[in-house]
Design a protein around this ligand. Sequence first.
Ligand SMILES: O=P(O)(O)OC[C@H]1O[C@H](O[C@H]2O[C@H](CO)[C@@H](O)[C@H](O)[C@H]2O)[C@H](O)[C@@H](O)[C@@H]1O
Ligand SMILES: O=c1ccn([C@@H]2O[C@H](COP(=O)(O)OP(=O)(O)O)[C@@H](O)[C@H]2O)c(=O)[nH]1
Length: 455
Amino acid sequence: MSRLVIVSNRVALPHEQRAGGLAVAMRAALKEFGGLWFGWSGKRVRDEPSGRMHEIKDGNTTYATMDLSYEDFDGYYNGFSNRTLWPLLHFRLDLVDYRRDTYDDYRRVNSLFAEKLAKQLRPDDVVWVHDYHMIPLAQRLRELGVANRIGFFLHVPMPSSDLLAAMPNHEQLFSSLAAYDLVGFQTERDLDRFQSYVRLYRGGKVYADGRLRMQDGREFRAGAFPISIDTGMIARQAAAAVSRASVQRLRDSLGSRVLAIGVDRLDYSKGLPDRFRAFERLLESYPELHGQITYLQLAPVSRVEVPEYQALRRELEGLAGHINGRHAAPEWTPVRYVNRDFSHGVLTGFYRSADIGLVTPLRDGMNLVAKEFVASQDPEKPGVLVLSRFAGAAAEMHEALIVNPYDLDGVADALAQAHAMPMDERKERWHALHKRLQKHDITLWRRKFLEALAA
Ligand SMILES: O=P(O)(O)OC[C@H]1O[C@H](O[C@H]2O[C@H](CO)[C@@H](O)[C@H](O)[C@H]2O)[C@H](O)[C@@H](O)[C@@H]1O
Ligand SMILES: O=c1ccn([C@@H]2O[C@H](COP(=O)(O)OP(=O)(O)O)[C@@H](O)[C@H]2O)c(=O)[nH]1
């Protein structure tokens, strides 16, 4: 069997804990057969250029990671990846900050990753590159003579072609995807938008069998491969987690109140200010729920050097203070807002303790939290998922209460509906959601993508 080589900016080294769906999913995907995981070491170095390599072996997996200099990290990661591509791919043209110098940094760091990776590759390795940090990687590898199968998976949304085309140099960047054998997206809609871009802005052709042909004749394939979770493992973790002291403490602190939980990196794509406002709308529109419901928002900080993330943090602190100041009672705090990162061992217990899971991003590639929340529930008393129609997960999770996160009254009504939902209906909805997750888990995702890549 060929070796699987996974390439991503974020690598979850053994025993490392950090919020973020890509790393969680890759760890689960490598668990069965192992392979090589290649990417950034998580280290930034001063007075030294990028490129120092580290290797760690853990069971059947080898981790090969590269240090980045402060300057390169700033241009490639904080800059082009997270201030240009991230907002662009999340439909936020208003936040896109395009700079020629950070684009150059991005391309240079990708070239360096390609040089280091090319040295590690064996002829029959299957290479699977992940996410927007690494779009030009295959093109650079091809220039270095790498002829292996190379696939790419985009974890974030693919926006409408008119938005993509607003980015200077979009032709160069997005045409480089043709160097992959297969390009995967989270949903059919993302795939559809990319196909439109190829037709409308790259003069390309789209064939019914999934092949795309660029104007210059290069052909590659594209498809939709919705990512998932290790459903069985999450369920087992959740059942075990309820006896943990931290989970017990949360439960004890609630008394008889209903718990609504949100778990998100502190990112503007997650729609947290709107969610806070929707919760306040609930308290205003349904005064009988005062003192009856607690909203716990876990929001570990993310990309802390990027100014838009710093501004969001300030905004949320203000909003949480405002809602609590206005609505709290001496014995009840409506919003509990926590900027800490929790392990899955604890998080799954928190999900299971909640009656309502609140997942309301303005845009999200998939949103694994939505799936983890469902997988963690007690079948005898499952919680209700309130899910944004703009999360990739909504394309599969029809039995959730699907909401428009911009419609604060609608989200407040869905929360009230979840609060009042009879247990029979909760069970019925949960069974349907859970059944699909049992089949469409991380193993099926990995298998489907790799089979398509090998085909
Ligand atoms: O690596 P960071 O900059 O700390 O950010 C964490 C990850 O965020 C994004 O995750 C996406 O992937 C998830 C799994 O497919 C998906 O469910 C979610 O909707 C996406 O937002 C990002 O795409 C990753 O590259 C980051 O590692
Ligand atoms: O304190 C936390 C908060 C989140 N997560 C994990 O981070 C991932 C978030 O993935 P998602 O797809 O929802 O969003 P992303 O952060 O990748 O955009 C999920 O596996 C969460 O369980 C975590 O491990 N600890």
